[in-house]
Design a protein around this ligand. Sequence first.
Ligand SMILES: Nc1ncnc2c1ncn2[C@@H]1O[C@H](COP(=O)(O)OP(=O)(O)OP(=O)(O)O)[C@@H](O)[C@H]1O
Length: 292
Amino acid sequence: MTAAIEVTNLTKRYGSITALDDVTVSIQQDSITGILGRNGAGKTVLMSVITAQEAPTQGTVRMFGQSPWENASVLSGTCFIRDNQRYPDEYRLAQLLRVGPLFYENWDEALAERIVETFEIPGGRSIRKLSRGQLSAVGLLMGLASRAPITFFDEPYLGLDITARTLFYDLLLEDYAAHPRTVVVSTHLIEEMEQLLERVVILHHGRVRENADIEDLRQRAVRLSGRTADLDRVVGGYEVLRRSTLGTLSTALVTSTDSIRGDAAAAGVDVEPASIHELVAAYGMQTEEVAR
Ligand SMILES: Nc1ncnc2c1ncn2[C@@H]1O[C@H](COP(=O)(O)OP(=O)(O)OP(=O)(O)O)[C@@H](O)[C@H]1O
């Protein structure tokens, strides 16, 4: 694995708030990596520090082996589309399409035009008058057409309807297959996006809870369900990530082990693979102490 981004012992504090707490993570080159975690987990701050929009309190960031801080040669190869991306006040789409190639050397004009048509982005008014979804479509346009070697999308779909989101996912996969590059995307729409992701970083209270291949993560936990008394007999020896009971029936999300399926079968308890979004939700419910 070649790392496009290496973050080492990164801490970011704002006064008494610790947004990132000793984060060490590497992001694989030519992969699509999802940054997941609860509100306030540190996803945006991590991307802001990696892209040198904010200085770390401690720790180091390397992109393609170099520090991005005031490093034009590194930063020219990155594109960061924020959820609240701002553009100059009176800018219209045509101006944005003209400056794209000035900022990004791999800019693809045909792709940009295709995205304008696909997402029906209006060109006749200033960008600040666009709807929330249309503004997100402009962000997708910049992020995709830039073809930057490292592209960050921070919740890129805000306000986009389901058709537009599906079009985005299809376009991203198609363009990534034709032009492999490193894409980092933060999202809460885990079920929708997980088929795109190859790697996943899960943040919790500013710390890395998981940094794994998505296939490995899928093996990480199982969902047990059955009669509460039967379930009680099984879960005792395992790490229970989340449990719920309705009447006489219970379900439990349990860290997967070699013996869990045998033990569950012996107790008459059903076992199914847990989904990534169940796992992320369960991690998010853990107290800070448990997560460490
Ligand atoms: N400029 C700032 N000053 C003070 N605290 C900040 C600042 N920026 C971020 N934070 C805090 O850092 C923490 C992480 O914020 P961040 O925006 O990275 O969360 P997030 O994971 O992106 O959340 P969300 O999913 O809600 O977008 C939060 O507690 C936030 O309040």
